[in-house]
Design a protein. Structure first.
Length: 400
């Protein structure tokens, strides 16, 4: 039960403009994939600087379709980060492939490019046949891009496809280029970037996702796969004067974005830069507010990146603070502050731990992070006074 006057972990900013667009879409009589989806796809491609964008019903769907379209299947290995939402590894399992986790950097919790390089130099040492390593899913955790320079270079060298999990990272930049573009890095292999418009994301459709790429062939495949694998989607079928039969090209999926989602999310794009700025300002306020507390460590942002500031994550060092992360979570919740945990390592989750026989100590950085990460409220609907309240409450419950 919510405590009166509590500050939720997340609350979206849905203005009259978004509601008006939604009503207009409903009144148009076209409710499923159609003109609003096309408009939203074009707007996202323009915003991130990609040649193409394909709307789907989640980031999970975007990643799954990218893997399928790139031919990933049984016997293949896909590398990824253990500090992520389960969807990132689940989609690899859905293809019948095997996820292999690479540990993260301690200060950013992003996939560690040096550990990746070491793995690729000798995968057999970890029981992986080099021939089977087909793709990598780097996760732009909390909105900070991974080292894409290094990841593309290693993907080129070892012949891997790259599917970016950009669920957190709409608006983020690597070396001045937006996540969702090719960063001007000239990667020649198969590549796609996958975004989420889930309820808590920087812009939201309630649920929704988008795949961006510069690869026309990949886009055509994904567009067919997202709607049952049939040759022309409903929108196109109803546009012509005479009835057109469709062909089933592949037993595809029911993953299409529909116009009500696009109508809700599209007008939010006009605010994204302003909202990102507010997220950054609040992040700085939090960082200043906690700088004197030994044992509360915020994530670091590297100098060649701009985060989307999707999450505010601090690492709670229980040895220094005398309080565990879970105890701090409970104390904050009891004071009416919404909190989250992003994320406990997938290597400690029952399914992955048991299936792949992981042991304590296999992923030391991710395992430590699992016990230390704590997310505090960060969203543009908050006011500065809300941020100050959270800082004050953290000090109070820690008794420092
Ligand atoms: C890192 C990460 N990847 C993927 C997803 C899946 O996104 P969606 O809910 O749009 O499928 C999420 C969802 O929160 C996420 O946090």
């Amino acid at each position: 039960m919510a405590i009166e006057g509590s500050l939720p972990f997340y609350k979206p900013l849905i203005a009259r403009e978004e509601i008006a667009q939604l009503v207009e879409a409903v009144e148009s009589g076209w409710l499923t994939t159609g003109p609003k989806t096309l408009e939203f796809e074009a707007a996202i491609a323009r915003y991130v600087g990609s040649h193409f964008a394909v709307g789907v019903n989640s980031c999970t769907a975007a990643m799954h379709l990218a893997l399928v379209a790139m031919g990933i299947g049984p016997g293949d290995v896909v590398l990824t980060s253990p500090i992520t939402f389960p969807a990132t590894a689940n989609v690899i399992e859905h293809c019948g492939a095997r996820p292999v986790f690479i540990d993260v950097e301690p200060d950013t919790l992003l996939l560690d490019a040096a550990a990746l390089e070491a793995f690729l130099a000798d995968p057999e040492r970890q029981g992986v046949d080099a021939e089977t390593v087909k793709a990598i899913i780097p996760v732009h955790f909390a909105g900070q891009p991974c080292d894409m320079d290094q990841i593309f270079a290693l993907a080129s060298q070892y012949g891997m496809a790259v599917i970016e999990d950009s669920a957190h990272a709409l608006g983020a930049e690597f070396e001045g280029r937006k996540v969702g573009s090719d960063y001007g890095l000239g990667f020649q292999g198969p590549w796609a970037s996958c975004f989420s418009f889930y309820a808590t994301k920087n812009i939201t459709a309630g649920e929704g996702g988008m795949l961006t790429t510069n690869d026309a062939e990949l886009v055509d495949q994904v567009a067919v796969l997202r709607l049952h694998g049939i040759s022309r989607d409903a929108w196109k079928r109803y546009q012509v004067a005479s009835y057109q039969h469709y062909e089933v090209l592949f037993p595809g999926y029911k993953y299409n974005m529909f116009d009500l989602q696009a109508a809700l999310a599209l007008p939010q794009l006009a605010h994204i830069d302003d909202w990102q700025q507010r997220r950054e300002t609040y992040t700085e306020l939090y960082n200043q507010g906690f700088s004197a507390i030994e044992g509360l460590q915020p994530l670091q942002v590297k100098p060649n990146r701009r985060s989307s500031y999707h999450l505010y994550v601090v690492m709670v060092d229980s040895a220094q603070l005398g309080v565990s992360r879970d105890e701090l979570l409970n104390r904050l919740a009891a004071e009416g502050i919404g909190v989250g945990v992003h994320f406990r390592s997938l290597t400690v989750q029952k399914f992955y731990r048991e299936k792949y026989g992981f042991h304590h100590g296999d992923f030391p950085v991710a395992e430590r992070a699992s016990d230390q990460v704590l997310s505090l409220p960060l969203y543009p609907a908050m006011r500065e006074s809300d941020v100050e309240r959270v800082i004050h409450t953290v000090w109070k419950v820690l008794g420092v």
